[in-house]
Design a protein around this ligand. Structure first.
Ligand SMILES: [Zn+2]
Length: 393
């Protein structure tokens, strides 16, 4: 890739690279740099895949100012200000920064840096082990560091005493004793700064689960704010309870067959699925449920449970992206799941998920066409986070 910078920027890069410490060098040996400091940055000579589902735009330009996209489109339609710091993308492909809507252990700075450096500029932590006061404080701290992925945090999973994931995983969770108790505890969580609420509906062999009344109380309390509610559910019967309670999206595909009626109901209600095929080892009906859900017009967001079990990718979750493709999603549908739709379920779609004027400049550039081969997403040439270049090859 050919890069043309003003001299002052090159000098700044040299100075910054000298300042970077061991922590930076350990990150998969990738070179990361700070952005030009000029008032306007222009990404030129790339093909735009803007995350709206529109056809790619060849020879596109993205203008970035004050951390946001000032203009975007074909080069013939975007005037380059004379003071713009130009970055020639060498024919690369420009996408919105990816959003992984199902991760854990996201309070680890090394995890956040790995996600960001590989183009996953936002992650949604759907259940942390740490006390929620700590979770939200660290989220706000990392927020100011563009080298860290933006963190959207639930705080704890919400369950009942003796329920999943307390059993069998011994993973900490918040237990509620009644609908009234649920209202009080969810209010506390929201007051403390929860971006959304995550409940579990996992009966396993014979674990207790939230009743419909308790789940409804949780959803009602959150929606008043208004804050969305997601749910861990892997069985059709618990999908049923989640839908009756009014959740906004469902984490994991069901391992037994979702009925056509239930799929139609989800599509109608706009309830999104975050399938996590990798974590579920594509078991049972997980893949066929996703295939039928997508064919029916269901909304899908990317999530791979990264950070939870060993082997689930931190960084670009290519295994999950390819599994979604194998389940019948087109490459464009997979990209939308990782951008526009994931932003929607994080309630960040006013700022993120597509490359349009006014949105935050979270941008991923890869050197080959991901619509031809999703593995192109592994060949990242540039990552911009809130207008700051955090990775450049
Ligand atoms: Zn999970």
């Amino acid at each position: 890739m050919r890069i043309r910078y003003p001299t002052r920027f090159v000098l700044m890069l040299v100075a910054l690279s000298a300042l970077m410490g061991a922590e930076d060098r350990q990150l998969r040996h990738k070179r990361r740099v700070r952005a030009p400091s000029g008032p306007v940055v222009a990404l030129v000579n790339g093909t735009l895949i803007d995350g709206t589902g529109a056809d790619p735009v060849a020879d596109a330009v993205v203008l970035i100012q004050s951390g946001r996209i000032a203009a975007v489109g074909p080069s013939a339609a975007v005037a380059l200000p004379p003071n713009a710091d130009r970055i020639d993308l060498g024919g690369g492909f420009i996408l919105p920064g990816f959003i992984n809507a199902h991760v854990h252990n996201a309070l680890r700075k090394d995890h956040l840096q790995t996600w960001a450096s590989e183009g996953v500029t936002t992650v949604r932590d759907v259940g942390a082990a740490e006390p929620y006061v700590t979770v939200f404080r660290l989220r706000d701290t990392y927020q100011s560091d563009p080298l860290c992925a933006r963190l959207v945090a639930a705080g704890p999973l919400v369950t009942v005493p003796g329920g999943y994931p307390l059993i069998p995983n011994q993973f900490p969770a918040m237990s509620v004793l009644s609908a009234e108790d649920a209202r009080a505890k969810i209010s506390q969580l929201l007051d403390a700064g929860a971006d959304f609420i995550k409940i579990t509906l996992e009966p396993g062999a014979d674990w207790p689960v939230l009743t419909l009344e308790q789940a409804e109380a949780i959803v009602e309390t959150a929606h008043v704010r208004p804050v969305p509610v997601t749910v861990h559910a892997t069985q059709t019967a618990m999908y049923r309870r989640a839908l009756d309670a009014g959740v906004d999206d469902i984490c994991h595909s069901a391992s037994n067959r979702l009925s056509d009626d239930m799929i139609a109901e989800m599509v109608q209600a706009g309830v999104c699925m975050v399938p996590t095929l990798t974590a579920q080892k594509k078991a049972g009906e997980t893949v066929s449920n996703l295939r039928r859900f997508v064919a029916a017009g269901g909304k899908v967001a990317l999530g791979n449970d990264g950070g939870y079990l060993a082997g689930l990718e931190i960084g670009m979750p290519i295994t999950e992206l390819e599994a979604m493709r194998e389940a019948g999603m087109s490459p464009m549908q997979v990209i939308l799941a990782a951008t526009k739709t994931a932003a929607e379920i994080c309630r960040l779609d006013r700022d993120l998920g597509t490359l349009q004027p006014g949105k935050r400049a979270d941008i991923l550039v890869v050197d080959q066409n991901p619509l031809e081969n999703l593995r192109a997403l592994l060949n990242v040439t540039l990552v911009m986070h809130s207008g700051v270049v955090i990775f450049l090859r």
